[in-house]
Design a protein around this ligand. Structure first.
Ligand code: ADP
Ligand code: ZN
Length: 473
């Protein structure tokens, strides 16, 4: 071979190498920008893999049919949600639910996490969102899951024009993509968050994440189901499930799963071929030692909280029957509240004087109930949040609505006009709240058997739903 031929061949090789290398490089870039998208193919999870969460499962079950037969719904011009928001404590099974939805419907599952979008280069976040939807569209029907949506969907600061913000751009891309696909495409976007209170309202509007499903910490029955679900997968003997359900109060599904896994490990370490009650107890202590211990006596705390919430629930039914109570629970949330009475406002929107007073009564009913049943010296700090709300509403009542003592005054305006400091409202607000407290104290006292009945059921079950409450009263 002549030298020039060798040189030519080497040249061609280098040339080809460069082309190849360049292509490979850009291909790699493409892949890395997509790498955070988890593609599960068709999820093999079903709702049988999810224990508890009965109501949430029910609402998702309806959506399975919608994914499979979207025309059935669009034919009647029934608008089904495009976006579903699952919200609640971490580890309660939100991701699991979304996977189960895809599994039951037999469609591919695409997942990303909002936290992956934080601190990406300009334009990349929006590009990723578009990529995600492009991929999902290609497979026809699918479930697109966005975990930690609060990371991209935080409330925008006080309506300021911050359109150039990368977070805003990512959020806008998401909203555009969501309105972009047809109602009968059989694609659903499911998002999850632990912090629904921080979400931008734009996300919750119709046509976006307009169906919101709360995923709660499991109550006792749900905990039993979760325990059984995971014990079934292992070899277990003589496990006292009822007792374990009591022990695991305030645990999430993930924590229970972890506990049983630890028990399995303990059994294996010991060379035993079965999990017994002893392994569970050992794992329980290990898990507790790892978690933060509470320094109050749980039983006592639960009792007081039960009477507190029973007070709210009863007085709410008594004075504001048009507000539908959804549930009353004494399962604490991460926000530190010991219990919670969740109700939806009635359709009648007019806030009359009587209504506002009734509302104040309901807010104070927890504290009143504590005092009725345990005495003035034993009231607890559990009413802290209620007192905050009472103060704010009572202040409006006096200083804005002109409802107190016929003082027809907007105090803010008064002080602005007169260029003097705001007159002290303290005594008026104090007077109002003590009037109301007297009123609600009487109601609880006169109906103490009913309040007690609710409290006892709460101590036993931790959660009471609407129908049960109706039966109790
Ligand atoms: P979240 O998305 O709400 O933080 P995950 O879905 O990631 O919670 O839950 C983590 C794990 O905990 C699940 O994979 C599952 O093993 C277990 N788990 C949580 N809740 C449940 C439940 N209700 N039923 C069965 N397993 C659960
Ligand atoms: Zn309260």
């Amino acid at each position: 071979m002549e030298t020039y031929q060798v040189i030519a061949i080497i040249g061609v090789i280098i040339f080809l190498y460069f082309i190849f290398f360049k292509n490979k490089n850009s291909a790699q870039k493409e892949i890395s920008s997509l790498s955070e998208i988890e593609y599960m193919g068709s999820s093999t999870m079903t709702f049988d893999d999810v224990a508890g969460n009965y109501e949430a499962k029910q609402s998702l079950l309806e959506l399975v049919d919608f994914i499979n037969n979207p025309q059935k719904y669009t034919k009647f011009n029934v608008r089904m949600p495009k976006g579903i928001l699952l919200y609640g404590e971490p580890g309660t099974g939100k991701t699991l639910m979304a996977k189960a939805l895809a599994g039951e419907a037999g469609v591919p599952f695409y997942a990303v996490s909002g936290s992956d979008f934080v601190q990406v280069y300009a334009g990349l976040g929006a590009g990723r969102i578009r990529n995600l939807f492009k991929k999902a569209k290609k497979s026809g029907k699918s479930v697109i899951f966005i975990d930690e949506i609060d990371a991209i969907g935080k409330k925008r600061a006080g309506g300021s024009i911050k359109g150039s913000d990368e977070g805003d751009r990512t959020l806008n891309a998401l909203l555009t993509e969501m309105s972009g696909f047809a109602d009968d495409s059989g694609t659903l976007v499911v998002a999850a968050t632990n912090r629904i209170d921080t979400l931008d309202k734009a996300l919750l509007r119709p046509g976006r994440f307009d169906r919101q499903i709360e995923i709660m910490l499991p109550d006792k029955n749900a905990r039993k189901d979760i325990i059984q679900l995971y014990l079934k997968k292992m070899r277990a003997e003589d496990v006292n499930i009822d007792e374990l359900a009591d022990l695991t109060v305030y645990f999430s599904g993930a924590m229970i799963e972890n506990l049983i896994n630890e028990a399995g490990l303990a059994a294996i370490r010991e060379g035993s071929d079965k999990i017994t009650d002893r392994h569970i107890k050992q794992a329980y202590l290990d898990v507790l030692a790892g978690a933060e211990k509470k320094d109050y006596d749980n039983e006592r705390q639960k009792t007081v909280t039960s009477y507190h919430e029973a007070g709210h629930a009863y007085v709410s039914r008594y004075l504001l029957p048009e507000n539908k109570i959804i549930r009353v629970s004494v399962i604490p949330t991460s926000k530190g509240a010991g219990g919670y009475t969740l109700s939806t406002p009635g359709t009648e929107e007019v806030m009359t004087k009587r209504k506002i007073r009734n509302h104040l009564c309901v807010l104070m009913a927890g504290r009143a109930s504590e005092e009725v049943f345990f005495g003035r010296d034993n009231i607890t700090a559990g009413a802290q949040n209620d007192i905050e709300k009472v103060t704010s509403l009572a202040l409006d009542y006096v200083s804005k609505y002109g409802m107190h003592d016929d003082a027809f005054i907007n105090y803010q305006l008064l002080s602005d006009k007169l260029r003097i400091p705001l007159p002290s409202l303290e005594s008026s607000v104090k007077k109002l709240t003590s009037e109301i407290y007297e009123e609600v104290y009487k109601i609880v006292e006169e109906n103490r058997e009913k309040v007690e009945r609710i409290a006892r059921v709460l101590m036993e079950k931790e959660v009471i739903y609407r129908d049960e409450l109706d039966n109790l009263i």
